[in-house]
Design a binder for this molecule. Structure first.
Ligand code: NAD
Length: 490
């Protein structure tokens, strides 16, 4: 099981990681590099026996891991976080090659965030107070207990960060886990197996099964031994998973897509708003919470768009390994075709290309930062998530109109409002989303709830919300006075 894929001198296992062992498969799928489309390697495809073995390994490892208690688990998880930092440069380079994310951002932000995702929850689990209170008849000791085997399913747009964001609370809460990495960018998740070995994590506590979603993922979610399913990905997949989860009554959480409004009021600082709007192209727009619908007060729309265009013109599209690059490639030819398809249908439908609108000359999978105007609220391009560097702009005459447009899709993940503080806050209060940034963007805090409403998801991740999902709640009651059973009148 020593066969590895070599990336720039870094060796990554293409196999599953089950019960602390690397496990090969008779079937594989091909992993491509989005930077130039070359084949990175063949990855083990999870067959039914691999899925079943991974859940069995987790099930067997669970009792001892749960019995360690939060302090014991913290010791292991702090070592795991330290290994993430030690492996940081390798993880950054592999994620860049596999997913196309900017290397500078991976080095400067993502690796540390991954380590913090583990450390933060390891520490919080120790502090997780059992809520105790004296009721009228008894003392109540309400506890967070480990739930069992948690299945963690992540998408390709930020696989390493999103996996640790689930791994931290799931493991700290005392669960054993099975991770199903995304098939378009599976490699950094595989490296977590090596990191688990290096950190001395007990075997079977973390298992990784690679594979195609509709096959391997579907087999895993149908396993009745699961205690939790934590999913981040698209709406259609969430609907399929919820059927399996429902059939087995397994609690599931869903972090899904978005079409978030980015509102610019007339009294906004237009330069800061314009620069922040340009940030929505980050990661080639493959960001769930990007503010992809620009809603601008008609009295300042011309000036705002001029300022934004000046910023966008300077954005460097190209190789994500180059420190000067600001926008890298789209992950996969299928995703590229989806992005371009949305743009071409919108144009055929009457949308005006304000900038971009087609491929970028940097390479096969690069797309120009694009802005479309003259779009109807009910059109496909306004209502659906593109998941590429494509924004739309609409104008409004007053705050009521802005709120109506903002709330007028099936999604409700995030929102952004720029304007005079009090007025912007009043608009933010009326948005039907899980999160809103006022005069700012992407200020994240691990204590804060992350998630959306309606088609953007069910449940929240972050802080205590992660533990509410990954734990079973138990109330142990002791009577204040000696208890006497009575059939009536008691
Ligand atoms: P996807 O739904 O196609 O795949 C996500 C994961 O689910 C992958 O690992 C895939 O293999 C697996 N999967 C697919 N079909 C499955 C099935 N039938 N059963 C079990 N697992 C299955 O999504 P994607 O294209 O990888 O990711 C993009 C989507 O993720 C976008 O909609 C984006 O907005 C969303 N996203 C949301 C958040 C958030 O936190 N809200 C963060 C990042 C991405």
């Amino acid at each position: 099981m020593n066969h590895t894929i070599e990336i720039d001198g870094i060796h990554v296992s293409p196999h599953h990681y089950i019960g602390g062992q690397r496990v090969a498969s008779s079937q594989t799928f091909t992993d491509h590099c989005p930077i130039d489309g070359h084949v990175i390697g063949e990855i083990a495809a999870g067959l039914p026996e691999h899925c079943d073995a991974a859940v069995t390994a987790a099930d067997e490892a669970f009792p001892a891991w749960a019995a360690l208690g939060p302090e014991g688990r913290r010791t292991h998880l702090r070592r795991f976080a330290a290994e993430i930092r030690a492996w940081g440069e390798k993880l950054a380079r592999v994620e860049c090659e596999d997913n196309g994310m900017l290397l500078a951002r991976l080095r400067g932000h993502q690796i540390e965030r991954c380590a913090q995702n583990i450390e933060y929850f390891a520490d919080e689990a120790v502090r997780l107070a059992s809520m105790a209170f004296d009721g009228e008849k008894a003392h109540h000791d309400v506890r967070h207990e480990p739930a069992g085997v948690a299945l963690l399913i992540t998408p390709w747009n930020s696989p390493m960060m999103l996996t640790t964001w689930k791994l931290g609370p799931a493991l700290a809460a005392g669960n054993a886990v099975v991770v199903k990495p995304p098939e378009w960018a599976p490699l950094t998740c595989s490296m977590f197996g090596d990191i688990a070995d290096a950190a001395g994590l007990p075997k079977g506590v973390l298992n990784i099964v690679q594979g195609i979603g509709a096959e391997t993922g579907a087999r895993l979610v149908a396993d009745p031994r699961l205690a939790r399913i934590s999913f981040t990905g698209s709406v259609p997949t969430a609907k399929q998973i919820s059927q399996s989860a429902g059939a087995n009554l397994v609690p599931a959480s869903f972090e899904l897509g978005g079409k978030s409004p980015f509102i610019v009021l007339a009294d906004a600082d237009l330069q800061v708003a314009a620069e922040t709007a340009a940030l929505q192209y980050r990661n080639a727009g493959q960001v769930c919470l990007a503010g992809t619908r620009l809603l601008v007060d008609e009295s300042v729309a011309g000036e705002f768009l001029d300022r934004m265009h000046a910023v966008v013109e300077r954005l460097r599209v190209g190789d994500p390994r180059d420190p000067a690059t600001e926008i890298g490639p789209i992950i996969h030819p299928r995703q590229f075709a989806q992005v371009d398809g949305f743009v071409q249908r919108a144009v055929a439908d009457g949308a005006e290309v304000l900038w971009g609108g087609s491929a970028h000359q940097a390479g096969d999978l690069y797309y120009q930062p694009t802005l479309l105007g003259s779009v109807d609220q009910e059109s496909e391009i306004v209502q659906n998530e593109v998941f590429g560097p494509v924004l739309v702009v609409q104008t409004f005459g007053n705050d009521d109109e802005a709120v109506e447009l903002a709330n007028g899709t099936r999604y409700g993940l995030a929102g952004v409002v720029f304007g005079e503080d009090e007025r912007a806050k009043a608009v933010a209060d009326r948005l039907r989303t899980g999160m809103v940034w006022v005069n700012s963007f992407f200020l994240r805090d691990l204590n804060a709830p992350f998630g959306g409403i309606r088609d953007s998801g069910i449940g929240r991740e972050g802080g205590q919300w992660s533990f509410e999902f990954f734990c079973d709640i138990k109330d142990v009651m002791m009577p204040h006075t000696p208890y006497r059973p009575v059939f009536a009148g008691g």
